[in-house]
Design a protein around this ligand. Structure first.
Ligand SMILES: *Cc1c(COP(=O)(O)O)cnc(C)c1O
Length: 392
């Protein structure tokens, strides 16, 4: 924080006041292990000579499957690769996969890399999750799967999507990159749908450095993903299908095992910070939050606000610039929406996405990490209040 820690008064930095944070407050900080706690596993890995495909990966798969209460966990090199393998395991030569445009680009890439067709669906204006009623409108004979994101770590409308997928006879896959530790009606996210895919990259809750986890209760799907992460090879080098090298290394698995030990307390910590953000920002005109159902728990992988420029007095680029002047880093998760990205414009069916197009330019993600500390969160909220007061 700034030299003059304590109560902030007067105008924000952009209007000539002093900066809230002398040293830039970053958007996030990854969980990192204490090096000494890693030494024993690293020594064991190097002594064994098995740097891949061995006991640490197996232990990570066993422990996470037990933690998430799911039959199979397949560790992979990234969530993107995991999603690619799950889409590959659908075994379809073509067809449409329904997914939100308001999510991370990799979600759609995993579909397109399989020569399946991403078809973008609108979001619910309260939760910002994929809207089940628009999924129903988008369904055709060509639809082979729904790929829904548990956005920011809040579970999406799992039951509603499940009902739609079952009655249409299509697969249901969850991009659970944000959701390791999320609760849906009190149950951990992981066993739902046909498969869920988590990310172990540094901005996520469970950290390996780089990595991912596929969870499923489907024995065949799990076996296909195991073969698929290993070129499609089931052991005899007669590849059954065109796979990838998407293995997780033993070193990354050892890091993730340590990250798992403290996961629950870190999720709870973030929930407290989210409460402070809501308390500090809730009564500022023109600021609202994506709704999380009372029976669910978000990991708050991100803490994102929705800004109504007319009421708040600044649009998102203006607020972003004002926060930057005060030393606060922010990010627009998710803007631009995927259907407007160069990679997809003109290559996907144009559908009306009014909620996505209205919400996406109005979201801003605020700093959040495991031990950001209550004072910093309060100070960010205070700064936004002073920026609002200086509007116009
Ligand atoms: C981070 C992220 C991914 C990609 O995860 P990687 O492990 O980096 O491949 C996919 N989907 C969402 C929603 C993400 O946030």
């Amino acid at each position: 924080m700034s030299a003059e820690d304590g109560v902030l008064t007067g105008p924000p930095a952009i209007a000539g006041g002093s900066r809230a944070f002398d040293e830039e407050l970053r958007l996030g900080k990854p969980w990192t292990p204490d090096l000494d706690s890693l030494t024993p596993s690293f020594k064991a890995i190097f002594a064994s000579g098995f740097l891949s495909n061995s006991t640490y990966v197996e232990e990570l798969e066993r422990k996470t499957a037990e933690y998430l209460q799911v039959s199979h966990c397949v560790a992979v090199s990234s969530c993107t690769a995991g999603l690619m393998l799950v889409n590959r395991a659908l075994g379809r030569a073509g067809g449409e996969v329904l997914l939100p445009s308001f999510t991370f680009g990799a979600s759609a890439h995993s579909v397109a890399w399989n020569r399946l067709t991403p078809k973008f669906v609108d979001i619910d204006p309260r939760s910002l999750h994929i809207d089940p009623s628009d999924v129903e409108r988008a369904l055709t004979q060509e639809t082979v799967a729904i790929l829904a994101t548990h956005l920011y770590g809040a579970p999406c409308a799992i039951d509603e999507l499940n009902t739609i997928a079952r009655s249409a006879g299509i697969k249901l896959i969850f991009d659970a990159a944000h959701a390791f530790g999320s609760l849906y009606d009190g149950r951990r996210v992981g066993p739902f749908g046909d498969a869920e895919v988590f990310s172990l990259s540094p901005t996520k809750l469970l950290v390996a450095g780089e990595g991912g986890l596929i969870t499923t209760n489907d024995d065949d799907l799990a076996e296909n993903c195991r073969a698929g992460r290993n070129y499609g090879n089931r052991g005899n080098y007669n590849c059954k299908f065109v796979g990838l090298n998407a293995r997780l290394s033993e070193i990354h698995a050892a890091i993730a095992l340590l990250s798992l030990e403290t996961l629950e307390e870190r999720v709870q910590q973030r929930a407290r910070y989210a409460e402070i953000y809501r308390g500090g920002l809730g009564d500022i005109p023109g600021i609202s939050f994506p709704a999380v159902r009372a029976t669910d728990r978000s990991t708050y992988k991100d803490f994102t606000i929705i800004v109504d420029p007319g009421t708040f007095g600044w649009d998102v680029p203006g607020l972003e610039k004002a926060l930057e002047a005060d030393g606060i880093e922010t990010r627009r998760y998710y803007y631009p929406p995927i259907h407007t990205m160069d990679a997809y414009v003109g290559r996907v069916e144009e559908r009306a996405l009014p909620v996505t197009n209205s919400i996406s330019p109005r979201v801003l993600t605020l700093p959040m990490w495991d031990d950001i500390g209550e004072e910093r969160v309060e100070r960010v909220a205070d700064t936004i209040r002073r920026i609002q007061a200086a509007a116009g």
